[in-house]
Design a protein around this ligand. Structure first.
Ligand code: ADP
Ligand code: MG
Length: 448
């Protein structure tokens, strides 16, 4: 394999392991310059990329390269100004930019504040699953920066975090036209910060972010492993907070479970109001389905609403996807669809319902390992029991999104740290143990 091919293979694997934004930022204009005595020299455009690749991605790069070229022992990053990037690489990078999702609605994004008017509270359904977060949001709108600061919303994907925090921004904007509001994803914030350093202008970055009255930062979990960004966010947080500026965060996890989050940030994130949004219950799903159909002027029968609420699970983004399929078809056919037609249409969208009780899951796993389920709850440290217990904890977390404290307490009154440890242990073992992967796949089939 020549070095160009080797690098392309490596890049295509690296791309699968990191975010698109990271990939484009750090791997654009890189190439292999030469291989000499087991050392591979990777050309990079500047000092900054060199440090970053070395500090953040070295292990990943080395592992990937060795997977293709066993003879490589080490990698050096060297600054290489000439445009030696193979054309295909540039193509690949362009492709990534083009493929980036650009929903139509993003066209309406206001560039000064990144708020999208489609996210407002008129179209937001409130139910037991999100009512606490909603109440806090309303209190913030009444008095930004005063009571609930910071506001930290967390919950699984597609449950309405972005919608909610954007809607807070939009409402404050209408109510207080003089307030400066800014919505930013953590990934964007990190890139902004890096660019400011690359352009040797960190002060412009500091000034920009310190001038807002309301900062809304989405998907803060991506701060994992970005140490410099954490440092910067910490200082920004303190300045804004001391000046009573409203700070709003979203994350897919509670701050205590964001990997690699410094303690001082963890405690600051959780120092205001921390609220979880969970999956919508049945009645809320009904309300969401009705609201979505109404907004497109489609008529839907009660029977069909009930059916959809029953079979579609709690991820609102996916639920919207299924509803859109139905709406599209009905517009194409220019008539309302019958229940039967709908059943056929969305057959593929139905995932196995994940409402199984924890106890039943444990029983299934115990059966699979040929042990009695009582033993799993007991304190036994026998190796095979410990393993089955760990697998159970892993599956409860990974597939059923059960919280660590709940897993711990349900599985014999254990501490949440035991649940975390088990989850991570199995996750880690899976990387090197194909037999374990097969076991887990077999267990999963039993839940389908
Ligand atoms: P998250 O940020 O938690 O992944 P989003 O905010 O992107 O989720 O929500 C996913 C989709 O579901 C969006 O199109 C959003 O408008 C819609 N949605 C979420 N929550 C609600 C809700 N409570 N009422 C109506 N639509 C909602
Ligand atoms: Mg989101």
């Amino acid at each position: 394999m020549n070095t160009n091919e080797l690098w392309e293979k490596c890049l295509s694997e690296v791309e699968l392991n990191i975010s698109k934004a990271n990939f484009t930022t750090w791997f654009k204009n890189t190439s292999i310059i030469k291989e000499e005595a087991g050392t591979l020299y990777v050309g990079v455009p500047n000092e900054f990329v060199k440090d970053w690749l070395y500090n953040k991605f070295h292990k990943l790069i080395l592992k990937t390269i060795i997977g293709h070229e066993e003879g490589v022992r080490s990698i050096e990053y060297v600054i290489h100004k000439n445009e030696t990037t193979p054309n295909k690489n540039i193509e690949a990078i362009k492709q990534i930019n083009i493929n980036k999702e650009l929903p139509l609605n993003d066209l309406y994004l206001n560039k000064d504040d990144n708020l999208n008017p489609k996210y407002n509270f008129n179209s937001f359904v409130v139910g037991p699953f999100n009512e606490l977060a909603y109440a806090v949001a309303q209190a913030i709108i009444t008095n930004p920066g005063q009571n609930y600061n910071p506001f930290f919303v967390y919950g699984g994907t597609g449950l309405g975090k972005t919608h909610m925090i954007q809607a807070i921004g939009n409402t404050i904007k209408t109510k207080y036209p003089n307030k400066k509001i800014y919505y930013v994803s953590l990934e964007r914030f990190a890139i902004d910060y890096i660019n400011s350093i690359q352009n040797k202008n960190p002060n412009s970055f500091k000034e920009k972010y310190r001038k807002y009255d309301v900062i809304i930062m989405d998907d803060i979990q991506f701060i994992s492993g970005k140490d410099k960004t954490q440092e910067e966010l910490f200082h920004l947080f303190n300045t804004l907070y001391e000046n009573n500026k409203q700070i709003i965060f979203s994350s897919d996890k509670h701050p205590n479970f964001i990997q690699g989050l410094e303690e001082r940030l963890q405690s600051r994130f959780a120092s205001g109001m921390t609220v979880q949004i969970v999956e919508p219950d049945y009645e809320s799903r009904i309300a969401i389905i009705k609201a979505k159909f109404e907004s497109t002027n489609c008529i839907i029968e009660e029977e069909i609403t009930a059916y959809l609420a029953e079979i579609l699970d709690g991820n609102i983004r996916e639920l919207e996807g299924s509803l859109n399929t139905i709406i599209c078809q009905s517009q194409l056919k220019n008539k309302s669809l019958s229940l039967n037609e709908i059943k056929i249409l969305i057959k593929n969208n139905i995932k196995p319902k994940k409402t199984v009780a924890i106890k039943d899951i444990v029983t299934i796993i115990a059966n699979y390992y040929g042990i009695s389920d009582e033993i799993i709850y007991e304190k036994t440290r026998r190796k095979e029991i410990v393993r089955a217990r760990q697998v159970a904890m892993y599956i409860l977390r990974e597939d059923f999104n059960i919280s660590y404290p709940l897993i711990g307490s349900k599985l014999g009154g254990r501490d949440h740290t035991t649940a975390i440890h088990s989850h991570l242990k199995i996750k880690d073992d899976l990387k090197t143990d194909p037999a374990l992967l097969q076991e887990i796949e077999k267990i999963r089939i039993m839940f389908k």
